[in-house]
Structures are given as structure tokens and as C-alpha cells.
Design a protein around this ligand. Sequence first.
Ligand code: 5GP
Ligand code: ZN
Length: 113
Amino acid sequence: MGCLFCEIIERKRPAKIVYEDAQVMAFDDIHPQAPVHTLIIPKKHIATNLDLQEEDLGLVGHLFQIANRIASEKGIAENGFRLVMNCNRDSGQTVFHVHLHLLGGRLMHWPPG
Ligand code: 5GP
Ligand code: ZN
């Protein structure tokens, strides 16, 4: 079965790409839940957080580093932001290609919904 996010990486599906390098891509969420809602993904297809391997640890660090950079560029670093990675059914994961949600630009509530 095709993967939506692999299609974005391969430029087969349009997206508002905000960052790209050899390992990572970031693009704005199609249904934003906050004024800033960007998804940061590895170019390597990894279905869920549970599928991360030892060799992916550097990649995970890189996702967080790029999230910081985008948060600064979009002007939400100082006020604050939320990073979310959903995993499997109860979390609400709908796209099975690991992605870090960067959410900001409004006050976040806790506990999350
Ligand atoms: P999940 O629920 O799996 O953590 O998050 C998947 C996210 O991907 C959702 O916030 C959803 O709006 C977003 N999304 C789904 N399909 C597309 C798409 O084709 N393009 C973009 N930019 N975002 C998508
Ligand atoms: Zn994929």
C-alpha cells in the first residue's frame, strides 16, 4: 500500500515544504490544529515510533533539531511550542510514517485531548 508521506518526499503529492535535507523533510500540515502546524519526517520510511532501530537514533535527534530551527524561523520558539509523535491506535496515529508534529502560535492546553 502507498504511503502518503513517501509520496510527498517523492514529489508525487503536493505539500508546502518548509525544510529539506538528505535525511529529513518538513512540510505544513494539511489540516492545521494551530497557527503553526508543521510535520517533520525522516525520508526513510519508518511506520511508527516502535519501529525505530538503534541505527535511527541520530535521525531522531535530527528531527528534534530541525523542529527547533523551524520553531525559531516561524517565530514561536520564545513563546513556546509543542512536539507530538502519535503512535498506534489509541494516540490517533493516522499516517504510518513517523512524523513529529510541531504545534505553536497559540496557548496549548494540558492534558491534551
Ligand atoms: P497523525 O494523526 O498520524 O499523528 O498525523 C497525521 C497528520 O498528517 C494529520 O495532522 C493530517 O492532517 C496530516 N496529513 C494527512 N495527509 C496529509 C497530506 O496529504 N498532506 C499534508 N501536508 N498533511 C497531511
Ligand atoms: Zn512512508
